[in-house]
Design a protein around this ligand. Structure first.
Ligand code: ADP
Ligand code: MG
Length: 680
């Protein structure tokens, strides 16, 4: 092929023959219903194999191009005209007696005619079965400008011919057990299926293939970590944990009790714990974290908890030190913006072991902080970190246990794939008395109604958040300006009588701290903020939130923001001031108004966004999915996972000769992440 086509293929992610044949069609058109002309009925979709009697252009030429053509066809059983648009350039080729295959819908228009979607010249009708374009299930590919669906079809048809026999890296025993076709057949059938059933089987095979490779990679990684790393056996005696739990102003939920049990159990074992804790906004993950941290301290170790923002780190520091103030536990804060002196003191306490619990931002791992005896790391709000950043702590030969907490923008089904090498604990119960947040989408023109409703809350002694529209991903200067404008409007026009505060990411840490403290102590009644308050901020007296420019936020972000007001005793309100310009943003707003449950919302989100992009940008270290759809394919995922873990249990490094092709395939897929798999 020429360089232009090669470049266009490159844009589609196709660089090798293997890429080409695994450029799967997005759907198929059924052109397999081949019929003689005399049998055609009005309204049916059919394919006709016939000779051209004559042909004429139709439509008015545009810049010398004929838009369509009409051909009179004869197949020995009858005559029929066929009209096809967009194929004017075929006019000269369709000399009388040429064989063509025409597919389309039979319509009545001065007698019967075929409104054709495709017309293909064939050399010999006897070899019809070999054509890529006609008389069969015809694949339709995701195409770009330079490569239309037809060109893609031709290239792939030739690619399959050129590829020869495609070897199957999956062990034959698994294929037999799962009743799956071999890879060669599956790839051929997914492009040019013999019939509907074969297409279905081929799809199932390729979905299994994709998920199985990922799961095997994860299983191998897990096996390796368990073999090469020893964790600490935590032997907590409850001397800190019990008084902490007793002093809580509430009883634990059943889910909290169960999950704390799972965490402590995991910490007791010598294997390094890697546990994912999923719990919706407000489900009380912090208590679980503190329980783990105390158990670490009881066993003579240190615990660290990392938050994605300084505001949240600060809040954890305040609430954890308050909760532990009567216990002999030193809690230390460590953030990037601390003064040099303060920071040095903190670092010394961490290195010397006087600091028992260290609270910080991810500066905690980035800056190579030296711990005396780190034995548990808690990562809060993991979705903000991404998988790639997953804790690379290592302490003097001992791997600390890790507890990763997330408010799950990740559906249950997905976490199996994303975090397939982690144990999963789920907090599936909210503390009693939580009220659903009355959520309403409001047009920009009516936003004052939202503020009137907020005024009622303030009147009753409660507080509110107002979130500024998001201008840029990061907190750029424009965001700050927008925030300041909104702040001015609130101060001068909307709530001139109220104490309004402003919080944005560009403020100095000290300023932020003061604003948050003032909001917590109710000195500030209305907090205007950018998304810095998105995660974790916990001020129970706040009962209303207005989100301006809500159409610009992602669904999980909106859910997180709304979560700021579901913590008090008053029925909370959320106003989404939005001007949705697309269907998708309308769907997001509707979903929020209809659902409170974060798991449900994450599934909706997934359905709206499609799954292909899930891994790419946000979750580094995972390949994009080409064919599997996790919501649809959960059953296959479960099977693939089971088979993968079984295989790895038997052959952890995939050294057995018949696993070699599999190993190579996994490296191609997961790249450098699994380089260790190939080291002797
Ligand atoms: P998240 O899971 O979103 O991090 P938090 O740990 O911040 O949630 O808890 C949210 C709020 O719920 C906090 O104010 C916390 O004190 C409170 N809380 C946690 N557990 C319970 C419980 N079992 N009963 C009542 N309130 C609880
Ligand atoms: Mg939290």
């Amino acid at each position: 092929m020429g360089p232009r086509i090669a470049a266009a293929l490159g844009d589609l992610g196709v660089r090798t023959l293997a890429d080409l044949v695994s450029h799967y069609p997005s759907r198929h058109e059924d052109l397999s219903n081949v019929k003689p002309i005399s049998d055609l009925r009005v309204g049916e979709k059919a394919t006709v194999v016939a000779r051209v009697v004559n042909v004429k252009p139709v439509g008015r030429p545009v810049r010398g191009r004929v838009p369509g053509l009409s051909a009179q066809l004869y197949d020995g059983t009858g005559y029929m005209p066929a009209t096809v648009w967009g194929r004017g350039w075929l006019l000269n080729q369709l000399v009388p007696d040429t064989w063509v295959v025409v597919s389309g819908e039979v319509q009545r228009k001065y007698g019967l005619q075929l409104a054709a979607k495709s017309i293909e010249v064939v050399d010999d009708p006897a070899t019809l079965g070999e054509s890529a374009h006609a008389g069969r299930f015809v694949p339709v590919y995701p195409a770009n400008k330079a490569i239309n669906a037809r060109r893609a079809r031709t290239l792939i048809h030739r690619g399959l011919d050129g590829a020869g026999r495609i070897l199957d890296p999956l062990p034959a025993a698994i294929l037999a057990r799962q009743n799956l076709p071999n890879l060669h057949d599956a790839i051929h059938e997914i492009h040019f299926p013999s019939d509907r059933d074969c297409l279905k089987e081929a799809t199932r095979r390729l979905v299994f293939h994709e998920l199985f490779l990922i799961q095997t990679g994860l299983a191998a990684r897990k096996a390796r970590l368990e073999k090469t790393e020893t964790g600490r056996r935590h032997r907590g005696d409850g001397r800190l944990l019990n008084p902490f739990l007793k002093a809580l102003p509430f009883g634990l939920t059943g889910a909290q009790e169960r999950v704390i049990g799972e965490v402590l159990e995991g910490m007791r074992s010598e294997k390094p714990m890697r546990r994912l804790l999923q719990g919706d906004v407000g489900s009380g993950k912090t208590v679980v974290a503190v329980a783990g941290l105390l158990s670490a301290v009881e066993s003579g170790g240190q615990g660290a908890i990392m938050a994605p923002t300084e505001v949240l780190a600060e809040q954890h520091y305040l609430s954890i030190s308050a909760a532990l103030k009567d216990l002999p536990v030193n809690v230390v804060l460590l953030t990037g913006s601390q003064g040099a002196q303060e920071r040095r003191a903190a670092l010394e306490a961490v290195a010397g072991g006087e600091a028992h619990v260290v609270v910080g931002t991810h500066a905690l791992i980035q800056k190579g902080v030296d711990f005396h005896n780190l034995s548990l790391v808690v990562v809060d709000e993991q979705h903000r970190f991404g998988v790639g950043q997953r804790t690379e702590f290592k302490e003097k030969g001992v791997t600390p246990d890790t507890l990763i907490m997330t408010a799950t923008p990740i559906p249950r089904t997905l976490s199996l794939t994303l975090y397939g090498d982690l144990e999963v604990s789920i907090l599936d119960e909210l503390p009693p008395g939580r009220k659903p947040v009355d959520t309403r989408a409001i047009a920009v023109a009516e936003r004052y109604e939202a503020y009137e409703s907020v005024a009622e809350e303030l009147e009753a002694g409660r507080q509110a958040y107002v979130i500024c529209p998001l201008v840029e991903e990061s907190e750029a200067l424009e965001d700050v300006r927008a925030a300041e404008e909104l702040y001015d409007e609130l101060v001068t026009e909307i709530f001139p009588e109220r104490r309004v505060g402003l919080l944005h990411g560009r403020m100095k840490a000290q300023e932020k701290r003061e604003v948050m403290a003032a909001f917590r102590s109710r000195e500030i009644e209305v907090l205007v903020a950018t998304v810095v308050v998105e995660v974790g901020v916990d001020v129970p007296n706040a009962s209303a939130i207005v989100i301006e420019g809500a159409e610009r936020f992602g669904l999980s972000q909106l859910h997180q923001l709304r979560g700021r007001v579901c913590r008090g005793l008053h029925p909370p309100k959320c106003f989404l001031v939005a001007d949705p310009k697309t269907d998708d943003s309308q769907k997001r707003l509707d979903a929020l108004c209809d659902h409170q449950d974060g798991f449900k919302l994450s599934e909706v989100d997934l359905a709206i966004r499609g799954e292909g992009t899930l891994f790419g940008a946000r979750q580094s270290g995972m390949p994009d999915l080409k064919i599997a759809k996790l919501l649809r394919d959960i059953d296959i995922l479960v099977e693939a996972r089971r088979e993968a873990f079984e295989l790895v249990a038997d052959d952890p490094t995939l050294r057995k000769p018949h696993h070699r092709p599999l190993r190579r395939e996994i490296r191609d897929l997961l790249g450098r992440d699994v380089d260790w798999l190939f080291k002797e």
